[in-house]
Design a protein around this ligand. Sequence first.
Ligand code: NAP
Length: 286
Amino acid sequence: MQKITLNDGNKMPQLGLGLFQIFDLNIAEQVVKEAIDIGYRLFDTASAYNNEEAVGKAIHKSSLPRDKFFIVSKLWIDQYPYEIALKSIDKALEKLQIDYIDLMLLHQPYGDIVGAWKALEKAQSNGKIKSIGVSNFYPDQMKSLELMSSVKPAINQIEISPWYQRTDEVNFLKDENISIQAWAPLAEGKHGLFNNKLIAKIGRKYNKSNPQVILRWLIQRGIIVIPKTIHGDRMKENINVFDFELTDKEMSLISTLDTGHSQFFDHRDPMAIESIFGASLRSLKI
Ligand code: NAP
């Protein structure tokens, strides 16, 4: 598997399996087991996904040594205050049945970011986490965190798909030497992605499907991808993207598909913050 070297020197597979919305722990464990057999080594979970235990069980039962895996997890907003974050990191290690996490992210740019980041730095310094990063941070928030911190975030995990390409933000992160991980790289199929004619035409030349063309397009932009699927045949399809290369013209054609908007929700919309994060933020009681 092709790897990306992070700004702290750690190496991370450029493609892995996303585990959002796999709520049943037995199914999640079976999905991770099947993915390991197919060749996946990077798994993207989170406290908020409630399936860290399943990832832990599948890894534990696998015959592969720990260092073959790259496990990503995330702290949720209500875990950000420093002491709670330290305890939550220990809890995640326990659930995952491992003695270090490869990459731990702050899931959202709200709440006690300072406390949470200090806890990530502490856990990194005592070996509980190898690399630390964030998710859903905009460039201004990223710059602010960078200026305050001793350790620069290794990664920003953000929504990127053909419909929401975020070229300026990607360029900003590259200039800052922060790696980019795309969530919802297939936009969860929204906006007809799996049937889009332009993407299909490009794919026919290489005998590749729409998901394969899109994952390849992201990989050629230097982005780490974590498509989610619970189906073995789709896992095989999604990982089979390292044997062809899109031309500059094809890359440019796909860039014309950008709508400039999230396919899910706008992190800068106060109403979205209220409805999605309100309960977690209120529970913090400053
Ligand atoms: P996604 O990976 O873009 O799309 C997943 C959807 O596409 C599922 O419905 C899956 O269905 C389907 N699919 C996958 N491969 C396919 C294929 N080859 N052909 C047809 N359908 C296919 O969306 P996502 O799960 O939202 O994002 C990926 C990962 O990013 C998540 O799992 C999670 O780890 C991470 N994430 C992070 C954040 C964040 O805030 N940091 C937010 C969202 C997601 P089946 O499962 O039925 O195959």
